[in-house]
Design a protein around this ligand. Sequence first.
Ligand SMILES: [Zn+2]
Length: 344
Amino acid sequence: MPHVLPSITALFFSTLLLLPAPLLASEANSAESPSAIVNECKRIGNKLGSVSTRECLSHQLQESGGTSVTGQAIMIKEYPPLAAREPKARILLIGGTHGDEYSSVSIIFKWMKTLDIHHSGLFHWHVSPLVNPDGLLQRPSQRLNANGVDLNRNMPTPDWYKSTSAYWEKTGFDKRRYPGTAPLSEPESRWLYEEIRTFKPHAIVSVHAPYGVLDFDGPPVGPNQLGQLHLHLIGTYPGSLGNSAGVQHQIPVITVELPHAGIMPSEDEISRMWMDLIRWLRLNVPKEKTTRAYATFDETSKQLMASPAVDTGQQTKAPAAAAKAAATEAEKSSDIHMNSRIDN
Ligand SMILES: [Zn+2]
């Protein structure tokens, strides 16, 4: 570096300083972050009929810091508190936990469009439209993540090793319900759990398909209706988000099961669901119980993550006989009551 910069170089640098800040920042750290979002939006635009690349990019999603098994960013958009008012509550809204439930991703984009225009500061939102990018963004899309794990069975719940293997046995070792080798063994569920621990949402809204109902876990009762969807308690599955966040951590979890995985509800229905959701949230959160439970989040979490005394981590690979014994045992526990017809 010469002591005196040639004037042309000085001019170049002073011009550079006048560029808008985001451009400078991205140039400075060689642009990993924007290109990750651009690439993912392109892939989403190619995959989903009702979300174009352009629409995806228009939301200016950010990298959450969490990534999938193959290194895809788990994207997030924050609708922060606004200066004029204290938000009533923090809400986490997620879609695409199961990669083959296309509508569960698309509808989040439609609701973000509403928030982009109407965010009033009533709530502080974190929105993540696609929790399982590897599941969606491959051919063909699949429910599971790239390790073949059902992320909605990989969350920490009581006696995880025994209960999830018992449940998995019950499904006839259905590959589509494989819970993984340990609670939070997967980067996507680790991200989700950490997001809950740090953002401390007062309610979580998680979108799935195709059962056409609402499910609810946590204190004390959920919305009766969102648009044409009615409350129908599905049951509490070992390793599910509803069980983990709702029952164990006392955070109201609304699970929206859209009627079709591949067909979007009408525009009217999408906005009716949104308005019903906002109305319910406005009247029902935050809950005292939720706030209190956050004080002991880490303690609860330690208990839920505890390994079994024997055969650490091997329970889900146990031979059929062992799994069957566990199933009988677990069936006695009031923890598991499943509606065999609906299995989100
Ligand atoms: Zn699902």
